[in-house]
Design a protein around this ligand. Structure first.
Ligand code: AMP
Length: 619
């Protein structure tokens, strides 16, 4: 599938006119890189700048001066300013600090629990500012939107965004919220492997009907899905995977290997990681890779590498087996294996997975681009331009409620097609019970404590009845994005309640509104606030050192000089208290003007005293 380079300098290009002045784009919001694709003349293309590849590194750098840079420019700051450069933010989506206990150690930046609500959504701390993963992802999405608008010359406010099939409800909602914050209406969230199969399905000659495996090993996540494609209908039969398995882990393994093999002293892992990634990529087409770290040449051979990554390959094959079992298909029934994700370029992985399924793998479409291309095709379907294709996605995790004894009662089982609606009847366990709390969980374990709590619905005003008499129907409605609404009705009295499940690790609509408003309104006042803060800090520093100066130089300063210095310092203090930036600067200037010649005398005295072997304080 070709891509057309769009040159910024030649202005905008003509995008499918049927979509008018706005265009729905497909976005692959990746852990490592992100991509935008769009449709032109019925074909999907990757948005590229000046003929380069279209990958935008999913990296955000927060400069000390308040500037934010995203993408390649931010990537360059990874080693020089790791504490202000955020990568792999997708791994933080919908997670609490406890979820990530073992992960945060190797990061160059700081992750903290929510300052206001301990244990809730985690945050990243950059300088004195906190960002939650939704805000971070929204910055990436806003940058992709900005780029797309500049290159396409159209408003881009609607998108189809892909997520790993294994993303739970919290992570999907977080992605949706990030879109909202970036000014993008996310029309549909689709699973990455499904998007990939759409890209292949739309471009390849698929026989009448075929079973297709999508093996997707990216930077941070692994997914495998099995799809049944029949006359343009894409049905996901099963999916499995790991949200913490990918190229990043492979890089970590190489780093550990080198630390064992070479005497590198106490070097921070994140400094070696880019070199490990470089070596790994070299090994995709060479037998050995060598990189230089200071004066040491670090080497890794193909054989060592293959051995190192064997456990990772095995983990992915376990998932493949589970997906096969869930799909109720035998290996021999698989017709094609599609390869997706940057890490699927590794030759050993291709070989081992091919052997496992007994099929050669399909890797004709660039594995970095295939997901975004599929998302664009889904966007085209939603725009009403593709009537020949239909996507029937599934929910990757079971949804249910807590029943007596902390047991999980599954209402929608995993691998159910979405959208779907399932109802089930319950009753009360106590006489005269007027309230019923329905707690909703997602996960596969029998005890709810091992699953993830999504939220609760409280049905109130049930007329008092004997235990077991009320007829309470709980309805789960799962929309095409995998987002859940729960309804509870007491049918005898027609008492109703319903909520859209608000993720425990997401943000409420109210918070979202506040953040949106704040981000628009506060841009200017933030800047003002910062410059006042800077003046106050500087003023305070000079004030304190001036007091010290008078004390240290008491012996030779005249009474008049001391008095003048104190007076100027008091004026500075008053200006600092008033938080008036201009006044602070003015008083600072006055003080500096008067004290500079005195400071020079003091310096001369120090030199003099040192030369005579005595320190100033000894006098
Ligand atoms: P993705 O998340 O799909 O963008 O994949 C990014 C991951 O693919 C990163 O971990 C990259 O290091 C990895 N990757 C990209 N190219 C290669 C390659 N030629 N060989 C091995 N891994 C690669």
């Amino acid at each position: 599938m070709a891509r057309i380079p769009i040159n910024l300098s030649t202005g905008s290009i003509d995008v499918d006119s049927s979509q008018g002045e706005t265009v729905i784009v497909g976005i692959d919001l990746g852990t490592t890189n992100s991509l935008v694709a769009f449709i032109k003349d019925g074909e999907p293309y990757i948005l590229t700048e000046n003929g380069k590849h279209g990958l935008v590194p999913s990296i955000i750098h927060f400069g000390k001066d308040g500037d934010i840079v995203i993408g390649e420019e931010a990537k360059e700051k990874l080693s020089s300013a790791p504490e202000r450069t955020i990568y792999s933010a997708k791994r933080l989506m919908g997670k609490s600090i406890d979820d990530l206990k073992n992960y945060t150690e190797n990061l160059g930046y700081r992750i903290v629990g929510n300052v206001e609500d301990e244990g809730k959504l985690l945050q990243v701390k950059v300088g004195d500012t906190y960002y939650n993963p939704i805000q971070l992802s929204s910055k990436l999405l806003a940058e992709l939107k900005r780029k797309a608008e500049a290159l396409l010359g159209k408003t881009v406010d609607k998108a189809v965004v892909t997520v790993p099939a294994y993303f739970n409800d919290a992570q999907r909602q977080a992605t949706r919220d990030a879109g909202k914050l970036a000014g993008l209406d996310i029309l549909r969230i689709i699973n990455e492997p499904t998007a990939a199969s759409l890209a292949y399905g739309a471009g390849l000659d698929i026989e009448e009907s075929e079973n297709v495996v999508v093996y997707d090993l990216g930077g941070g996540t692994f997914d495998v899905s099995i799809l049944y494609i029949d006359k343009g209908i894409f049905e996901v039969l099963s999916t499995h995977g790991d949200t913490f398995l990918g190229g990043d882990d492979i890089d970590d393994l190489i780093v550990s290997h080198w630390k064992e093999m070479y005497d590198l002293g106490k070097v921070d892992s994140y400094l070696l990681k880019p070199l490990a990634e470089e070596a790994k990529k070299t090994l995709s087409s060479a037998d050995t890779a060598q990189v230089k770290f200071h004066d040491t040449v670090l080497e890794i051979t193909q054989e060592q590498f293959d051995q190192l990554i064997q456990p990772i390959i095995n983990k992915t094959l376990d998932s493949c087996q589970k997906a096969l079992t869930d799909s109720k298909l035998a290996k021999s029934a698989i017709d094609k294996v599609i390869f997706v994700g940057g890490s699927s370029r590794i030759p050993t992985i291709k070989k081992k997975v091919g052997q496992f399924f007994g099929k050669t793998v399909y890797d004709q479409i660039n594995p970095d681009e295939v997901v975004a291309l599929g998302a664009a095709i889904q966007a085209d379907i939603l725009a009403g331009n593709r009537k020949d294709l239909l996507l029937l996605d599934i929910t990757p995790l079971s949804l249910g409620i807590e029943t007596v004894g902390g047991l999980m009662d599954t209402i929608i089982s995993r691998n159910s097609k979405v959208p779907t609606q399932v109802g089930r009847n319950y009753t009360t366990s106590v006489d005269g019970q007027t309230k019923l709390r329905v707690t909703v969980y997602q996960g596969e374990r029998d005890m709810v404590i091992n699953n993830r709590k999504l939220g609760e619905v409280i049905l109130t005003d049930i007329p008092p009845m004997a235990a077991g008499i009320p007829k309470i129907e709980i309805q789960f409605l799962l929309d095409a994005n995998g987002v859940l609404t729960v309804k509870a009705t007491e049918e005898r009295s027609d008492t109703k309640t319903s909520i859209k499940i608000q993720s425990q690790y997401g943000i409420t609509d109210e918070e979202m509104g506040k953040m949106l408003l704040e981000s628009i309104q506060n841009a200017e006042s933030d800047l003002k606030e910062r410059s006042i803060q800077e003046a106050v800090t500087e003023g305070r520093m000079v004030y304190n050192s001036n007091i010290k100066f008078v004390k240290q130089n008491e012996s030779w300063l005249s009474d008049e000089q001391k008095e003048k210095l104190r007076e100027l310092n008091n004026l500075l203090d008053a200006a600092i208290e008033s938080k008036d930036k201009d006044a602070i600067n003015e008083k600072l200037e006055d003080l500096n003007h008067y004290s500079r010649p005195l400071a020079e005398i003091a310096l001369d005295k120090v030199v003099e005293e040192n030369l005579s072997g005595k320190s100033l304080n000894d006098e």
